[in-house]
Design a protein around this ligand. Structure first.
Ligand code: ZN
Ligand code: ZN
Ligand code: ZN
Length: 217
C-alpha cells in the first residue's frame, strides 16, 4: 500500500484526528487512533512501556484485531473492519469506533478499571441513567395512554410492568378504561388512593398568579 502521504487509522480507515477519535499514533507502519484502539472489542491495552507509542497497545495485537475486523461489517457505513462491538454479547452490532459515535451508541468509559465499552443505541442499560422511568412512564413510552397505564399499575398492585402489561392487553377494549384512576370504583387491588395525587392546578389560577407577580414588579 502506498499511503505514505496520509496516515490512515488501521481500524477505522480515517485520517482525521478529532475529539471523537483521539490522536493518531504510528509504530512499525501501523497507525491507529487512540479511541479506536481503546474501544476495539478484542484489544487489551498492555500498558507496557515498550509499546507506549501505540498508546500502550502492542502492534501485533492491533494487527490481529484488524484481521478479526475483516469479518465484521460496520452497522453504520457498511464497510468491513468494524472492531468496536456492542457490549451486549448476543448483539451482533459492530462499528468502526467513530461510526459508533455517529450512530449515537453509548460510550462507557471507566478509566480506573480500564474498561472502555460501547452499547448500540438499543442496548444501553437504561437503569444506569439518572432518569429511571416509573412503571406507568415505561408503559407510556410503549404507547399506552397515561390513564390506562396508571390504572393498570394501580389495579395490579404495582407488582411490575409485566403484570400491568398483561392487564392492559386483557382490558384493551374495555369501555371506560380511559377514565382517570380516581374514578375507578371497585377492584379490591386498587392501592392508590386518589388523595395521594396532587390536584392538577387549574390553568386559570396560574395565570392569575403570573398577573399579580407582574403587578408587584
Ligand atoms: Zn481510527
Ligand atoms: Zn463504519
Ligand atoms: Zn447492541
Amino acid at each position: 500500500m502506498d499511503e505514505d502521504d496520509t496516515l490512515l487509522c488501521v481500524l477505522c480507515q480515517r485520517s482525521e484526528q478529532t475529539k471523537i477519535t483521539g490522536a493518531l499514533s504510528t509504530k512499525d507502519d501501523v497507525t491507529a487512533h487512540q479511541n479506536c484502539l481503546l474501544f476495539a472489542s478484542a484489544l487489551i491495552c498492555r500498558n507496557t512501556p515498550q509499546f507506549d507509542d501505540l498508546f500502550g497497545f502492542s502492534v501485533e495485537d492491533v494487527l490481529n484485531e484488524v484481521k478479526r475486523g475483516r469479518q465484521l461489517t460496520c452497522n453504520k457505513c457498511k464497510k468491513r473492519g468494524a472492531t468496536a462491538g456492542c457490549e451486549v454479547g448476543r448483539c451482533k452490532k459492530s462499528y468502526h469506533y467513530p461510526c459508533a459515535v455517529e450512530e449515537r451508541a453509548e460510550i462507557v468509559e471507566d478509566v480506573t478499571k480500564e474498561k472502555y465499552v460501547l452499547y448500540c443505541y438499543k442496548h444501553y442499560p437504561k437503569t444506569q441513567g439518572h432518569n429511571e422511568l416509573t412503571t406507568p412512564e415505561s408503559l407510556m413510552q410503549m404507547g399506552f395512554d397515561r390513564n390506562r397505564a396508571e390504572m393498570a399499575v394501580a389495579i395490579t398492585g404495582n407488582q411490575g410492568i409485566e403484570l400491568a402489561m398483561d392487564w392492559l392487553k386483557v382490558h384493551e377494549n374495555d369501555p371506560g378504561t380511559d377514565e382517570p384512576v380516581g374514578n375507578v370504583v371497585g377492584g379490591a387491588a386498587v392501592t392508590q388512593s386518589p388523595t395521594d395525587e396532587p390536584s392538577i392546578a387549574d390553568p386559570a389560577e396560574g395565570k392569575e398568579e403570573a398577573d399579580t407577580t407582574i403587578k408587584a414588579i
